[in-house]
Design a protein around this ligand. Structure first.
Ligand code: GDP
Length: 363
């Protein structure tokens, strides 16, 4: 399962957001009680409107969304890359995640102390990004030191060193690895180094309830910063989310209408994270269950089948396939078949977002 790490300075609302994510997942999925694996790890369903419609079409007994793991990574303070605070532990926790959700405090509240004494989102972002940047620099320099002797004798090592030198120059300017344009081969070379600033990132601006609909000056500056970096930025209110959990569905709706928003931001955070991870969804549907499966962009039909079970991949013969929209428009598989919309796809087929599939395989 793919993992997203929630990071940010202390007191920006990370834990409040994390708890809301997990509690919400618990409330939504009664048949999935073990959402919190460890105190700071939780498994969260990816909300998808299409599942319910497919489930209705197939009269499914169960509807099973796909999931992402969120990790609340506390402990980042200025100097973490030098081992301050939880320092290295914090950084190695980030190394393990596939994507980063960077929570930025965009709310004023004199009862909640700010580590730097005032709310300044760009300053906060800079502190964190600098720590990640320094951690990458140190990782990179250690690697260059390690391969130093081989550079003269090995072509591979020389190639790696030249690439690392180029990246080092950019990191020294304060840039992230993410912002350097690298080709496929170069990306492969650096993959093993697990650079923190190479990971995809979303900025989540944490707002007070009254600012959730329109944002405020703080969140606007983060928004512009993110667009310049070509990264995503979303608005949330961790506090609103934690209050929503306590409410009945009808009251939830009224509360959100009162705030001028359709949803509190949690669903959009989950969806954006999913997108950020480069993930796609395909479905299987039948009377027993309708289920969403997660695949990576570019996966073939046998690989997608392998997500369900490795035997499905090994014995793959073909896949009955139809797009979600065609199936819904047809009203049933039988109608879709009559209309010639149900296709038989082979081993080379690259699965599309929203495909509904049934696999035929040898056991
Ligand atoms: P963390 O250190 O980043 O995990 O921050 P916490 O989630 O523990 O939040 C720190 C404090 O800020 C807590 O007292 C929260 O109740 C409060 N808090 C979190 N989000 C908001 C918000 O959107 N508005 C306000 N006013 N307070 C918040």
């Amino acid at each position: 399962m793919l993992k997203a790490g929630i990071i940010g300075l202390p007191n920006v609302g990370k834990s409040t957001l994390f708890n809301a994510l997990v509690e919400n997942a618990k409330a939504q999925a009664a048949n999935f009680p073990f959402c919190t694996i460890e105190p700071n790890k939780g498994i969260v369903s990816v909300p998808d409107q299409r599942l319910q419609e497919l489930g209705n079409l197939s009269c499914s007994q169960n509807i099973i969304p796909t999931k992402i793991e969120f990790v609340d990574i506390a402990g980042l303070v200025k100097g973490a890359s030098k081992g301050e605070g939880l320092g290295n532990k914090f950084l190695s926790n980030i190394r393990e995640v596939d994507a980063i959700v960077h929570v930025v405090r965009c709310f004023e509240d004199s009862d909640v102390i700010h580590v730097s004494g005032k709310v300044d989102p760009l300053d906060d972002i800079e502190i964190i990004n600098l720590e990640l940047n320094l951690a990458d620099l140190s990782q990179l320099q250690k690697r260059r030191e390690r391969i130093k002797k081989q550079v003269r004798t090995s072509k591979e090592a020389a190639k790696e060193d030249t690439l690392l030198e180029k990246i080092e120059e950019e990191l020294e300017k304060g840039l992230s690895v993410r912002s350097i344009s690298l080709n496929e081969e170069e990306n492969l070379i650096i993959k093993q180094l697990g650079f923190l600033t190479a990971k995809p990132i979303i900025y989540a601006t944490n707002l007070n309830e009254n600012d959730l609909a329109e944002g405020n000056d703080f969140s606007s500056t983060v928004q512009s910063f993110a667009s310049n970096e070509n990264t995503e930025c979303i608005k949330i209110s961790a506090q609103v989310e934690s209050e929503l959990i306590e409410l009945e569905p009808e009251d939830k709706k009224d509360y959100l209408i009162g705030l001028g928003v359709e949803e509190g931001g949690l669903s959009s955070l989950i969806r954006s994270t999913y997108k950020l991870l480069g993930l796609k969804t395909y479905f299987t549907t039948g009377e027993k269950e309708t289920k969403a499966w997660t695949i990576k962009d570019g996966m073939t039909a046998p690989q997608a089948a392998g997500v369900i079970h490795t035997d499905f991949e090994k014995g793959f013969i073909r896949a009955q396939t139809i797009s979600y929209q065609n199936l819904i428009d047809s009203g049933s598989i039988a109608n879709a078949k009559t209309k010639g919309l149900l296709r038989s796809e082979g081993k080379e087929y690259i699965v599309n977002e929203g495909d509904v599939m049934e696999f035929l395989f040898n056991v």
